[in-house]
Design a protein around this ligand. Structure first.
Ligand SMILES: [Zn+2]
Length: 255
């Protein structure tokens, strides 16, 4: 039996992550420490048949995912806004997902109204996140797609990252370094305008980050989105931040 819980790095600490088959991304759970809002859970230390307590509730405006994890199953409460509200399903195993297979789908009668509302909200959320991070909506969408079909992790267990050369350009400026000569020396690491052409994806993004760290470490770290886009975009309230932006800032500061 494969693990249904995974430990992931969260700043200097570790959090437990489970795959939510309703939201199709991971949710993080603080066991060894409390999130900023004081939220902390107990865990039976069984990675194959996990039980966490109490319930876990994630909300964004108009969206709610609320569930219990008990003996390897995820029991969704009735206040969920997604189609698994009120259902109990097995928690997806992690390894299956990192191999690129989709989590097992649960056969159920679709509720067209709820499905429609959810799609609409997700679109809205994507636009909001894109706007806040000054990114193209299409890019944010593609990141979400990558991460919901994969697991948000590389095969070696590291979280997927994306190094943003245009953000690095601005961060260097803020750090008092003139980025312009560097754009010629390192054209795929430092550039003034966003472009997708320099993204390498996978572990190669770590190579880009390492190169950037040699130029200016803290600016490089600040210019990296820590793969788990879903944490930034959807999990922020659980972590005690009121909006995506302050969560992202805090994430970056913790590096
Ligand atoms: Zn969920």
């Amino acid at each position: 039996m494969k693990d249904k819980v995974r430990l992931i790095q969260y700043g200097e600490k570790q959090v437990h992550a489970i795959n939510c088959p309703a939201c199709k991304h991971i949710h993080i759970i603080a066991v060894d420490f409390a999130f900023k809002n004081g939220a902390q859970w107990t865990f039976n230390c069984n990675f194959q048949k996990p039980t966490f307590g109490p319930s876990i509730k994630l909300t964004s405006p108009g969206y709610c995912c609320h569930f219990f994890v008990k003996e390897g199953e995820i029991k969704y409460c009735n206040d969920c806004t997604h189609i698994l509200a009120g259902k109990t399903v097995p928690l997806p195993e992690f390894e299956n997902i990192s191999e690129g297979k989709k989590p097992k789908q649960v056969k159920q009668k679709a509720n067209p109204l709820k499905k429609h509302t959810m799609t609409k909200l997700t679109e809205k959320q994507i636009e909001k996140v894109a706007k806040e991070h000054n990114l193209e909506t299409a890019l944010v969408k593609s990141v979400i797609k990558v991460e919901s079909s994969g697991s948000g992790f590389l095969k070696d267990g590291r979280p997927k990252i994306l190094f943003e050369g245009h953000i690095f350009y601005n961060n260097l400026k803020k750090a008092g370094i003139n980025p312009n000569p560097l754009t010629k020396k390192h054209p795929s690491i430092v550039y003034a305008k966003w472009t997708r052409e320099h993204y390498k994806g996978g572990s190669k993004e770590y190579t880009r980050l390492d190169q950037a760290k040699l130029i200016h470490k803290s600016s490089a770290l600040k210019s990296t989105s820590w793969g788990l886009f879903q944490i930034m975009g959807f999990n922020h309230q659980l972590c005690g931040y009121t909006d995506v932006k302050s969560f992202v800032i805090a994430q970056k500061e913790s590096e």
